[in-house]
Design a binder for this molecule. Structure first.
Ligand SMILES: Cc1cc2nc3c(=O)[nH]c(=O)nc-3n(C[C@H](O)[C@H](O)[C@H](O)COP(=O)(O)OP(=O)(O)OC[C@H]3O[C@@H](n4cnc5c(N)ncnc54)[C@H](O)[C@@H]3O)c2cc1C
Length: 333
């Protein structure tokens, strides 16, 4: 039953599909990497009524999709899903497995790696293939002060979870064709230790920071919660959304949803305003794809000022007030 050809697998995390594009992003990177090691790109889909996702993954580059479809898989169970993934991997022996570093993936992937007795790099922000054909898993380490390049020289598969937003998905190809391999649900499923009583979908209101075209990010240099709050009005006037550094989130000036960086969101706005932010690597890890950066800082030597397209030496709070006033004036006239 095993495959002679090398393959790179992407686990189909389709929950919250319209917001969560990480599987498509991983397929796109898998295509580039597969080219370097002459491998095929496969997706794995488990669940109930999942055919639309199968089609979607093929349209986004999967040459083959392994599908386990059954009513019993309607609700996600970590024990069942990780058991099935282990089983598939033992049969088909993929060279590499990628899983999105979503809340789901962060729970699922380490269990699969443990069952398979292989390594896993969590929360990668880059992936490559080295001269020996090994997967290079690039991830922040030592408290985020270094970017480590990790390889798995012996165990297989090589496994990584990757942060959403790290790669760009390829456009949907309506003419794409892929092979679909349907696998029956085995009878010897593990006993679930968790019993699901009910589920409720949590709906977040408003736009997501990952999709925002304008982000107004504030750091400790804003001075206080009261002063930081002024950024909300500015971001509204600019049609944007608010972002923050970790000290600001820890000080409860804003909720964790707004955290940008290694421990938070990876954003890709067309325009990013950065108010009173030093530019620590853990923060800038999340803004690498910003189109145009305007930084406001009283210290011209701050890393953020050096990264910016426009660096304004000013008091962040005063500049925010002045810009808000000016925008309001222009909107009124
Ligand atoms: C494991 C780990 C993960 C982390 N993950 C993240 C993460 O995901 N996101 C994140 O942001 N951080 C993260 N951090 C924290 C990170 O290392 C920095 O401490 C943080 O980004 C600094 O935030 P800041 O720029 O707001 O504050 P500071 O570094 O204190 O910078 C404040 C800036 O404001 C300027 N300033 C001060 N007063 C004014 C004023 N009146 N007007 C204008 N400018 C002024 C200063 O010149 C300075 O540049 C992480 C740290 C660790 C160890």
């Amino acid at each position: 039953m095993s495959e002679n050809n090398r393959s790179i697998w992407v686990f189909g995390d389709y929950r919250n599909y319209f917001q969560n594009r990480v599987t498509l992003q991983l397929l796109s990177r898998a295509i580039e990497l597969a080219d370097k090691i002459s491998a095929s790109v496969c997706a794995v889909v488990m669940g109930h009524d999942v055919d639309e996702y199968v089609g979607e993954y093929i349209a986004h580059g999967a040459q083959k999709v392994y599908v386990i479809e059954h009513p019993q898989l309607k609700n996600y169970s970590i024990e069942t899903y990780s058991y099935l993934m282990e089983r598939l991997a033992r049969i088909y022996k993929p060279e590499i497995i990628f899983v999105g570093a979503t809340m789901f993936g962060r729970e699922f992937a380490p269990r699969v790696a443990k069952k398979l007795g292989t390594g896993l790099t969590a929360d990668c922000i880059g992936l490559d293939i080295n001269e020996d054909g090994l997967l290079v898993q690039i991830a922040p380490s030592f408290g985020g002060n270094l970017l480590a390049e990790i390889i798995t020289p012996e165990s297989r598969p090589q496994m990584a979870t990757v942060r959403p937003g790290t790669f760009q998905e390829i456009p949907h190809d309506y003419n794409a064709v892929g092979e679909v391999i349907r696998i029956p649900l085995p009878e010897d499923l593990p006993e679930d230790r968790v019993r699901l009583i009910s589920t409720e979908r949590w709906r977040k209101k408003g736009q997501r920071i990952e999709d925002a075209r304008v982000v107004v990010c504030g750091g400790r240099g804003m001075g206080s919660k009261k002063k930081y709050k002024k950024l909300f009005e500015l971001s509204q006037l600019l049609g944007g959304i608010i972002g923050a550094t970790r000290p600001v989130v820890y000080a409860k000036w804003v909720d964790e949803e707004s955290l940008v960086g290694q421990a938070g969101k990876h954003i890709r706005p067309k325009v990013l305003f950065s108010f009173g932010i030093s530019g620590a690597i853990q923060h800038t890890a999340g803004i690498g794809d910003a189109g145009f950066i305007i930084a406001i800082n009283k210290n011209i030597n701050a890393t953020m000022m050096k990264m910016a397209d426009v660096a304004i030496v000013a008091d962040a709070n005063q500049f925010c007030t002045a810009l808000t006033r000016e925008l309001k004036k222009r909107i009124r006239s």
